[in-house]
Design a protein around this ligand. Structure first.
Ligand code: NAP
Length: 303
């Protein structure tokens, strides 16, 4: 039997609808509009698209976005100066620096300088520490989105074996920490795999829930999945595929695929996220929620 689809796009739309209401209520009660500052350095085309998506998403739910587009020649000192200005600006509740930064800019120095109370990406060591102690301030957007998606479909994590493939600071590690938290959406038994893991397919086959965050097209194959497992695909990989068009002619197209071999794995899994339309839309949605929550805490602290 074919797996059911975990519809990230639809879930993200529902959550954004709720956020829009909450933002309107917050503005009415406090007179303050939640505000996200987005900093983009250089002219990386993918980053430009991501930033535009974030800007549009903010506008749709009533969050104000302030865009800072800086040339690729910007120095670490100049960028630090901007971050310090935004840290000190009371009307800004969230600061996001689009990654990757151009070579030559000290990424760690920049991210560490963001006021942890405005760190909506949850990259700051203080926020990572709070999360690992089970008392998070901000939850990292992609793992948070995945947790919300599973909750919407009543997928139980308590007591389940979860295998996360990938140990990045952005996805893999915080995903593992979220599943480890006590309470709803947590209480799982977690294994995190990476490029040095031995017997990876064997380990993945033990999982009730698999999260693939590797960055390798269709890496996870059907034989790695336990029948009935839930499969979440974080990967976004652009590949070239040869197809035969309606006139019977061969042509090459560019296609977005995940880290999971969707067509084969869906025949084994019970639930699966598609790519696109799975995890991606939830990541931006959680950014909006983090900005609203940041504004709530900052306003509460001053009244
Ligand atoms: P990353 O920083 O490159 O990390 C990839 C991880 O995969 C690393 O931990 C790496 O292990 C591991 N890995 C690589 N090859 C492996 C292999 N053969 N076997 C087992 N593990 C292997 O990537 P990321 O930032 O976490 O992103 C992962 C993917 O998710 C990318 O496709 C990215 O575009 C996508 N993504 C999507 C969203 C979204 O919103 N949908 C958000 C973020 C990322 P080592 O640590 O040992 O090198």
């Amino acid at each position: 039997m074919s797996a059911q689809i975990l519809d990230g796009k639809g879930t993200a739309e529902q959550i954004r609808y709720e956020i829009k209401d909450e933002v309107a209520r917050f503005i009415e009660e406090t007179g303050v509009q939640p505000t996200l500052a987005v900093v983009l350095v250089g002219d990386d085309p993918a980053s430009q698209v991501y930033v535009r998506n974030k800007e549009n998403a903010c506008a749709k739910v009533g969050v104000r976005s302030l865009m800072y587009r800086l040339p690729k020649e910007t120095t670490s000192d100049e960028l630090c100066e901007l971050i310090e200005k935004l840290d000190g600006d009371e009307s800004v509740h969230g600061i996001l620096v689009q990654l990757p930064l151009p070579k030559g800019i000290d990424e760690k120095r920049i991210l560490d300088l963001i006021d942890p109370r405005k760190d909506v990406d949850a990259f700051h060591p203080e926020n990572v520490g709070l999360l690992s102690q089970g008392r998070p301030r901000f939850l990292p957007c992609t793992p948070y989105g995945i947790q919300r998606l599973l909750a919407r479909y009543n997928i139980e994590t308590k007591g389940k074996r979860v295998v996360v493939i990938g140990r990045s600071d952005i996805v893999g590690k915080p995903m593992g920490l979220l599943f480890l938290q006590k309470g709803l959406g947590g209480d799982a038994t977690v294994t995190i795999c990476h490029s040095q893991t031995e017997n990876l397919p064997e380990i993945v086959r033990e999982a009730d829930i698999v999260v693939a965050a590797i960055g390798k097209a269709e890496f996870v194959t059907a034989d790695m999945i336990k029948p009935g497992a839930v499969v979440v695909d974080v990967g976004m990989n652009r590949v070239q595929r040869e197809i035969v068009d309606e006139n019977g002619e061969k042509k090459t197209i560019s296609k977005l695929v995940g880290d999971v071999d969707f067509d084969a794995v869906k025949e084994v899994a019970s639930w699966i996220t598609p790519v696109p339309g799975g995890v991606g839309p939830l990541t931006v949605t959680m950014l909006l929620l983090n900005t609203l929550n940041g504004a709530r805490r900052q306003v509460a602290a001053t009244r």
